[in-house]
Write a protein that binds this ligand. Structure first.
Ligand SMILES: NC(=O)c1ccc[n+]([C@@H]2O[C@H](COP(=O)([O-])OP(=O)(O)OC[C@H]3O[C@@H](n4cnc5c(N)ncnc54)[C@H](O)[C@@H]3O)[C@@H](O)[C@H]2O)c1
Length: 371
């Protein structure tokens, strides 16, 4: 199969969807790998390293999109890439369709087969292709939050860990999944007072076994959330309903009960965000202020840490890329229930219920589409 890796062109996105070793594994398996010139540079991989593994360096994105049967990317195709998509082409990447109607409609019109990393789901409900980036984003959320808590950036001017004789900062994390757990580990390690709120008692019980003593676990409801955010220094939004738009847990009026200079990092912004006042931002302009509260809502946080994130992502995606390439998408989707859950759009038809619900569009099951 011909597998194409375009250079990521989303703003300040430095990750690449395949590392040279991955290209080598695909070539050994008998496939052709076309990688756009310079695609790996942001993650520290030269064209020569890919060539040494047997990949073909394509001089332009047009050539990659025109020749490849399977496109493997990191982020959703941006608008300038939409005209390049061919009917029947398989695109394997993060899409987050429910947060973007125009993106969804464009991919329906394209006739492509869209398999979304973020909804590939194992039988135990784990999301194996979201997990590595959630690990990165959760840890990074604390680094970013600590930075924007500095007075210079509009923050309260509080050091997360405090110092002997001075109270540490309070970090409130909404959602105790992968992002939440990783954020809590970092914040607790720095000495902050950490609170995780989650809807799932089962999740809170698990976290109580693995978290240090400076992490408190509280069942989330409207009242407990308001109680916790009122004196928070840093709030991290890390909730997820797989495939769906994130629930808005902090309303505009809630900002009034918070202290000026509180920082809110909305990691869930790629699914629309869990704060009503969030809007997507970029690494170039990551923050904005509403009612004295600093908002950070970068949709591709791991893109800022490509040396770590590319390796973490491709460690997880390569087995699925190999499966799609070796078996073709139809057989691979039939053979792998996990991969089948990733199918969001099949040649013009939405195959993920939550995506269809987000826009009131028609839906057909993935199973029915690939029969
Ligand atoms: N911005 C970025 O760059 C970036 C990077 C990686 C992940 N993410 C996003 O971060 C979000 C979290 O991902 P994850 O891997 O941690 O998901 P996860 O499924 O592991 O965890 C989500 C948690 O949210 C909890 N939850 C759901 N609704 C809730 C509610 N109303 N109140 C409290 N808790 C609630 C769930 O019980 C679960 O524990 C996702 O939207 C993901 O796409 C963003």
């Amino acid at each position: 199969m011909k597998i194409g890796i375009p250079k990521e062109i989303k703003i300040n996105e430095n990750r690449v969807a395949l590392v040279p070793a991955g290209a080598g594994a695909l070539v050994v398996a008998g496939h052709t790998v076309l990688i756009e010139k310079g695609a790996g540079l942001g993650s520290g991989f030269s064209d020569a390293q890919y060539e040494a593994m047997g990949a073909y360096i394509a001089p332009s994105a047009d050539e990659v999109w025109a020749k490849a049967e399977l496109i493997v990317k990191v982020k959703e195709p941006v608008e300038s890439e939409w005209p390049r998509i061919k009917a029947g082409q398989v695109i394997f990447t993060y899409f987050h369709f429910a947060a973007n109607e125009a993106l969804t409609l464009a991919h329906m019109v394209s006739g492509a087969v869209c398999i979304a990393y973020e909804t590939v789901t194992l039988p135990n409900r784990e999301l194996p292709l979201l997990t590595p980036m959630s690990e990165v984003a959760g840890r990074m959320a604390v680094q970013e939050g600590a930075k924007y808590l500095e007075k210079l950036y509009g923050g309260r001017g509080v050091l997360l860990g405090g110092v002997p004789g001075v109270q540490p900062a309070k970090v409130v994390i909404l959602g105790g999944g992968v992002v939440g757990l990783n954020a809590a580990k970092m914040a607790a390690g720095l000495g902050a007072q950490v609170v995780i709120l989650d809807l799932s008692l089962e999740k809170l019980r698990y976290l109580s076994d693995v978290m240090p003593a400076n992490v408190q676990l509280i069942l989330s409801n409207r009242q407990t959330l308001l109680d916790q955010i009122a004196d928070a220094d840093l709030i991290i939004g890390a909730v997820l309903i797989p495939g769906a738009l994130a629930p808005k847990l902090i309303h505009r009026e809630d900002l009034k009960i918070m202290r000026a200079g509180t920082v809110m990092v909305d990691v869930a912004i790629d699914q629309g965000g869990c704060f009503a006042t969030s809007r997507p931002t970029t690494h170039e302009h990551p923050t904005f202020v509403v009612d004295g509260i600093v908002h950070y809502a970068v949709t591709n946080m791991p893109g800022g840490l490509p040396m770590t994130a590319t390796l973490a992502l491709t460690n997880a995606t390569l087995p699925y890329v190999l499966q799609l390439a070796d078996q073709g998408y139809q057989r691979a989707l039939k053979a792998s229930p996990a991969l089948l859950q990733g199918l969001n759009i099949f040649q013009g038809v939405i195959t993920h219920k939550k995506v269809a619900e987000a826009f009131g569009l028609a839906y057909r099951t993935a199973e029915a589409c690939i029969e």
